[in-house]
Design a protein around this ligand. Structure first.
Ligand code: ZN
Length: 294
């Protein structure tokens, strides 16, 4: 059976038809432009391809994921120009005549890693991506967490301690300034260092600060949601030892308070890199499509 997956990101939109990482029969990628053009290209891709049972959409947000809401499937209050209060899921479902499942891009990616990647076997999973923004998806009992709206972990607050390197930087989030994304996303690193993260030497002092910020945010999620595994991806994580630095800092911050091997000797298999790489979003959208009851 074939399913459709769509990841609408702030910059790129990725579409695929298939049933898993090794069974992708068609895929396409194009720039996320205005809603009309982007939605038309999504519909055209699937209309021209093989029939799918259902389609999953993982979208940048905030979005409305409440099935009983009149604005279900909308991108809502996003800062992305032209995309405020735009209907996405219903438009695609109506034009293609297929059932559509809709969630945040990071909840979809969490599902993808849970189904096929390094999140396998963990019934509760925290998926974090650190790139042009910071986003976190959360699965509880294998299902994406929604609740009141949906988690928006990139905008939690992280402590600004007395370290002058941290205290002086005001952050770049247009809404909150120094929220997690505002101080630790790729553009935040670029803003304070004057170079993009991938251009900075591996030994630059910013990486210690970055690891501290990421560990602080992860600590909060670990203490609140108690996920069985933490998957950390995104372009900023390309730094070869950042993941290990985060593990060390997380252990230090916990101070041995929670007595479990996952947060001590086995932290290397608790805080892990994703297996699906930049395909996690679109594969997760296919996993999302597979949850639709048709
Ligand atoms: Zn923010």
């Amino acid at each position: 059976m074939l399913y459709g997956g769509v990841e609408t990101g702030g910059t790129w939109c990725v579409c695929a038809v298939g049933s898993g990482p090794e069974e992708i029969v068609e895929s396409a990628q194009f720039h996320t432009t205005c809603p009309e053009e982007t939605l038309a290209r999504i519909v055209a891709f699937f209309a021209a391809g093989p029939a799918v049972e259902a389609l999953g959409i993982g979208s940048f947000g905030p979005v409305d994921v409440d099935r009983s809401s009149p604005t279900w499937g909308y991108v809502t209050t996003t800062p992305k120009p032209g995309w405020q209060h735009v209907s996405v899921a219903s438009v695609v479902a109506e034009r293609l005549g297929v059932p559509v499942a809709f969630d945040t891009d990071v909840n979809a990616a969490a599902l993808g890693e849970h189904r096929w990647g390094t999140g396998q076997g963990a019934s509760s999973l925290f998926y974090l991506t650190v790139g042009t923004g910071i986003g976190g998806g959360l699965l509880i009992d294998g299902r994406p967490r929604h609740g009141l709206v949906h988690p928006e972990m990139g905008h939690i607050r992280v402590p600004r301690d007395s370290d002058p390197d941290r205290a002086d930087f005001r952050g770049i989030c247009p809404v909150h300034g120094d929220c997690w994304e505002g101080v630790a996303s790729g553009p935040a690193i670029a803003e304070r260092c004057g170079s993009r993260p991938e251009e900075l030497p591996e030994t630059h002092p910013i990486w210690r600060i970055e690891a501290a910020y990421l560990a602080l945010g992860i600590l909060s999620v670990v203490l609140i949601a108690s996920p069985e595994r933490v998957v950390v991806g995104g372009g900023v994580m390309d730094h070869p030892s950042l993941l290990e630095m985060i593990r060390e800092q997380l252990k230090e911050l916990l101070g041995g308070y929670l007595e479990t091997p996952a947060l001590a000797d086995e932290i290397g298999s608790y805080v892990v890199a994703p297996a699906l790489g930049d395909r996690a979003g679109v594969l997760g959208a296919i996993a999302l499509a597979q949850t639709v009851e048709v």
